[in-house]
Design a protein around this ligand. Structure first.
Ligand code: MYR
Length: 178
């Protein structure tokens, strides 16, 4: 067998590992909770708890300073997507007031190879991403809401993750959801 044929594409293997591991996690939650809405909530909560820890790693690795404005924050989250999920979303669909925007992902490693059966069509499968964003931003004193607008698992062309700035927090502690 030639060297070329035995060489792994590490990026692809990592991304497949993410897909499979996340899929197994969601499948287990569905078994345990037996309620689509609860699973969606738990996925967001899990992401939140990851986000409040991940922000430290992100700031340490990138040496990032304070964001100047929401546009700057969006750019930094965009680079976090690249670092942690290996995909570069577009930042788009800014609201007129400049307080809401979306990340548009052409491909989403969480949903590659995944198909949702009809009985799970209300599951917010990618809610973990919304939670990570909310948790990470809370640690830098930004209270945001985040939700999935488009979902490739529901037949949409892209994954669209919406983020809405709510308010700047005053030295707040995380809400203790872990
Ligand atoms: C600041 O203003 O203090 C810096 C703000 C940096 C925000 C970076 C947020 C990272 C969010 C990670 C999302 C990962 C999604 C896969």
């Amino acid at each position: 067998m030639s060297r070329a044929s035995t060489r792994f594409d590490t990026k692809k293997v990592n991304s497949e590992l993410v897909t499979l591991t996340y899929g197994a996690l969601v499948a287990q939650m569905i078994k345990d909770l037996d309620n689509t809405e609860d699973v969606s909530k738990q996925l967001e909560r899990l992401g939140y708890n990851m986000g409040i820890r991940l922000i430290e790693d992100f700031l340490a690795k990138t040496g990032t300073g304070r964001c100047l404005d929401l546009k700057d924050t969006a750019d930094k989250i965009q680079s976090a997507f690249r670092m942690y999920l290996g995909v570069q979303p577009n930042v788009a669909n800014w609201s007129a007031a400049g307080d809401e925007f979306s990340f548009i992902l052409d491909s989403n490693p969480l949903t590659d190879l995944v198909e949702l059966p009809d009985e799970l069509k209300n599951l917010k499968y990618c809610n973990i991403i919304c939670g990570v964003i909310r948790g990470a931003l809370e640690m830098v004193q930004l209270d945001v809401q985040s939700w999935i607008v488009q979902d490739q698992l529901k037949g949409d062309q892209n994954t669209e993750v919406r983020v809405k700035f709510i308010r700047r927090l005053e030295d707040a502690m995380p809400a203790g959801e872990d």
